[in-house]
Design a protein around this ligand. Sequence first.
Ligand code: 0WD
Length: 256
Amino acid sequence: KFSLEGRTYVVMGVANKRSIAWGISKSLHDAGARLIFTYASERFEKPVRELAGTLERDDSLFYECDVTDDEAIKKTFSEIKEDVGVIHGLAHCIAFANREDLKGEFIDTSRDGFLLSQNISAYSLVAVSREAKELMTEGGSIMTMTYLGGERVVENYNVMGVSKASLDMTMRYLANDLGKEGIRVNAISAGPIRTLSAKGVGDFNSILKTIEERAPLRKPVTQEEVGDTAYFLMSDLSRGITGEILHVDSGYNILG
Ligand code: 0WD
């Protein structure tokens, strides 16, 4: 039930060593899994390969995959199919919004900014799940990363909050579609973690400070804590769970 040995997982969204996707990668690797990394453009190939080179085993594979491009997604997953055949899960750790849309008032969001964020942060889960499903012939587990700003209004999170609300429902509808294939779909709602993406959110420092002062556990969560929850979701220990949002946030979401 605990081991992921003999299993292969696709991890999308490693940008650097601070990425949540990297925390997830380490936990899955430590549990014995083989990893397949995808990155948005050629620019990220070298850093991702270098990071993966720090892992204990040298069994990872690498593919470029821009999730705004349906043909690119199809190509990536057909290459993965050729190279490994079957996959057992996928971690979707991808989001994007224009920096100017992550501060000030939500009402000023442009149509283009709104659609761009929905496209990369929410629709991409539909597009990659559709292709991944074809390789998940033994069933498996798909997970995505969400945030509290999709459940309630969080200052400055603005357009990304609306994208996370959309992502949350996307996850549930996919869970309903894919359950009959033995594929579970869940989300982790992480507390704030200092990453490249987090840098784009206005006044991120004060969000972190609030966690230290008010969250039940009185400390921000780490990539490793999110990674271990992802490991749980990918393992058979979570076999009864689908369509669920697990909050890994030091308990912050229970506060009024
Ligand atoms: O506090 C946080 N950091 C939280 C993050 C709290 C709760 C949730 N999350 C979510 C994010 O919204 C995101 O969905 O976790 C996920 C991972 O975010 P991260 O680890 O905070 O951010 P980061 O290390 O920047 O990775 C996000 C990556 C991009 O990095 P770059 O620097 O390239 O924008 O998403 C990927 C990319 O690697 N990405 C894409 N991948 C494929 N195609 C695309 C694209 N078009 N656009 C962005």
